[in-house]
Every structure is written in structure tokens, then in C-alpha cells.
Design a binder for this molecule. Structure first.
Ligand SMILES: Nc1ncnc2c1ncn2[C@@H]1O[C@H](COP(=O)(O)OP(=O)(O)O)[C@@H](O)[C@H]1O
Ligand SMILES: [Mg+2]
Length: 343
């Protein structure tokens, strides 16, 4: 049997996902590794197109048929057995059992998990009856309880609404209730607040955190916004072009960012109490195309600390602190701290 760290519920190891299209091969995820300790929260952060959603869909095996997946996704079952999700049939019994009941997802767009033609009550009670063996009446009571828990006012009445009758924020809450209906152990939230305005964002993030405590969930929070993870997660992995370039405890990453890309992301967060006229510094350049695999460091072209060696060979993962790792040529063991640019 495969081994995992004793506190780990999910271990993604060297995950690679390619899409084989007529136009060429898209290298969407290129050797991503991260672990989720049981009951803790992990943030996956990176610009649009860096492979966050494809990584999440790999965990739930919801990728289109054009995708080829390799590497390991180890999941610790309730009984303690370890299942390698990459070896399961996407539509097979084991995967259908894990998807939803063990690992549940919420999305930016609630309508990707709510059906527009069914009442909230029917959608949620179906999930509950199917997975928890309750009667219809018991399931309805549980649905109302869940809707109350996620902060939907007058839940006894709203339960008979169709999704379109709810406001955007309420729909987001109903989707979270839907994800929790099957009592999962892992929740993956993929940009859950990106489509919401700022005040609603904070409410929904707080709700996710409360639900994490209430249900003792292990959480993977995916976002392009480094600012969002600051108060939400214990650990963070920073992704660039299908790779994790830096990872560590969130406090450590904020206090002591090492990778030039992470530093760039920090500088591009607008400060609430910034001085007037102080500029937010965007990272120059664009994310390169995922059609061609880079020869050197993926960030090399945009990097202010670029050196000759950066164009040759993918940088190895180097430990730079307790649980803190960085993939950057500039941090080789024994070379000391490099000159810091833009920090
Ligand atoms: N179904 C697909 N077919 C081909 N390429 C895809 C597909 N889905 C995503 N990609 C590509 O994979 C890369 C990663 O995408 P994605 O995981 O959606 O990024 P993110 O969620 O970080 O914004 C991008 O280059 C994207 O264009
Ligand atoms: Mg995405």
C-alpha cells in the first residue's frame, strides 16, 4: 500500500495533465505536488491559466476525454485505506463514491452545480437521501437546517425556490449547502468568490471558514488573489505555468516570500492603507503559452532576478525554511541569500 504522512488526507504527487488537441498538446499541469493535512486548509494561488482548475478537476476526475493525467493523487479513506485517485476509472463506482461524498467542489459559478429546473429542496434532498439513507421528510428537515446553517434567511420558505429566484450571494450559499449535503471530508473551492462584489466576498469566505470548522473539513481554496488566502488557509502553494514555484505555511510565505513570482504577486495586492500615490506594481509581461513546454525556469522571461542559468533546466525544489520550499535557480544550497530585487 502507498504511504502518506500520518496527518495527511490528500497527497498530490507529481501531477501532470496534458490535453491532446488537433492544434497541439497543452501542458496544463507539469508536475504539481502538494498535501492537505486532515482538517486543515491549503490555498492554491496563481494567475489565470496556470492550471489551478485543471488540478482541481484532476482530483475529482472531471477532466474532458482529451486530457491525459499522470502522477499520484493519494486519498485517505474513512477506514484508513489509501486510494490512488489517478488509477480509478473516472466514471467507475469508486470514483463516483469519492466524488461528492468524500471530496466535494464549489465553483465560481453556482449554476455549475445547481440545476436551473429543479427546486432547491429537491436538489439537496436528493443528495441527502441518496447518501445518508433518510426518508423524504427527514431529508427536507435536514435541507432546511443546512440552508439555515449557510445563512439563507427564511429557509423554510426559500427551500421551495428555484435557483433563479435567489440573488447571486444566496445562490452561492445554496451551492455551498449542496456541497455539504453529502457530508464530505474534503471541500475544494475553486475561485468561490471571484464573481461576487467585495462585501459579499468577505461574507462567503467567512461562511466557508465557519463550515470548515463546523464539518471539520479539509479545505483546498483556489484563487488568483493572494490577498484572499491570507486569513483563510494554513498552507499555500503558489503556481506558475502548471508548476508549484513556492509553498509553505501562509504566515511564512507572507513574511518571507522567496520566489520572485511570489514577491511580484505580493506587490500587486493593493494595500488598504497604502500611501496616496503609492503604486501597485503589476508583474511585467504575460504568462507564456501552455502549448510549448519551457526549457528553463517557467518564470524566467518575466523574472527581475534572471541569470544566465535560469534559461537552462527546470529548477529543483529547495527547502528554505521550516516546511517552506521554493523552486528557483537563484536559491541553491550553500549560496546564501541572493540579492533581492523588487522587495
Ligand atoms: N478542456 C481543455 N482543453 C484544452 N486546454 C485546456 C482545457 N482546460 C484548460 N486548458 C488549458 O490548461 C491551462 C490551465 O487552465 P486552468 O486550469 O483552467 O487555469 P486556471 O484555473 O489556473 O485559470 C490553460 O492553458 C488552459 O487554456
Ligand atoms: Mg480556474
Amino acid at each position: 500500500m502507498k504511504k502518506m504522512a500520518p496527518d495527511s488526507i490528500l497527497d498530490v504527487r507529481d501531477l501532470t495533465v496534458k490535453f491532446f488537441l488537433d492544434e497541439g498538446t497543452v501542458h496544463a499541469v507539469n508536475g504539481v505536488s502538494f498535501s492537505v493535512p486532515a482538517g486543515r486548509s491549503v490555498g492554491i494561488v496563481g494567475e489565470s491559466g496556470c492550471g489551478k482548475t485543471v488540478s482541481a478537476y484532476s482530483i475529482t476526475r472531471l477532466l474532458p476525454k482529451t486530457a491525459r493525467i499522470s502522477g499520484e493523487i493519494l486519498f485517505r479513506e474513512r477506514g484508513g485505506d489509501i486510494t490512488n485517485i489517478t488509477e480509478l476509472e473516472p466514471d467507475g463506482g469508486d470514483m463516483r463514491r469519492i466524488r461528492g461524498k468524500e471530496i466535494s467542489m464549489i465553483f465560481q459559478e453556482p449554476m455549475s452545480s445547481l440545476s436551473p429546473v429543479h427546486k432547491i429542496s429537491n436538489q439537496l434532498s436528493e443528495a441527502i437521501i441518496q447518501f445518508q439513507g433518510l426518508t423524504k421528510r427527514q431529508a427536507r428537515a435536514r435541507v432546511i437546517e443546512l440552508l439555515q446553517l449557510v445563512g439563507i434567511p427564511q429557509a423554510e420558505r426559500r427551500v421551495d425556490d428555484y435557483p433563479f429566484q435567489l440573488s447571486g450571494g444566496m445562490r452561492q450559499r445554496a451551492m455551498i449547502a449542496m456541497a455539504l449535503a453529502r457530508n464530505p471530508r474534503v471541500l475544494i473551492a475553486d475561485e468561490p468568490t471571484t464573481a461576487l462584489d467585495v462585501t459579499l466576498q468577505a461574507q462567503v469566505l467567512n461562511l466557508i471558514r465557519d463550515m470548515q470548522d463546523e464539518f471539520k473539513l479539509s479545505l483546498i481554496l483556489i484563487t488568483h488573489d493572494l490577498g484572499v488566502v491570507a486569513h483563510m488557509v494554513d498552507y499555500v502553494s503558489i503556481m506558475y505555468l502548471g508548476m508549484v514555484v513556492e509553498s509553505g505555511p501562509v504566515i511564512e510565505i507572507f513574511d518571507n516570500p522567496k520566489h520572485p513570482y511570489t514577491r511580484g504577486l505580493m506587490h500587486s495586492i493593493p494595500k488598504l492603507r497604502g500611501r496616496r500615490g503609492e503604486r501597485v506594481e503589476p508583474i511585467p509581461g504575460f504568462v507564456p503559452s501552455a502549448y510549448a513546454l519551457q526549457e528553463g525556469c517557467p518564470f524566467c522571461e518575466r523574472c527581475p532576478m534572471r541569470e544566465e542559468r535560469c534559461t537552462k533546466g527546470i529548477p529543483q525544489r529547495v527547502q528554505v525554511g521550516s516546511e517552506h520550499y521554493v523552486c528557483c535557480h537563484v536559491y541553491q544550497p550553500g549560496e546564501g541569500e541572493p540579492d533581492v530585487v523588487n522587495a
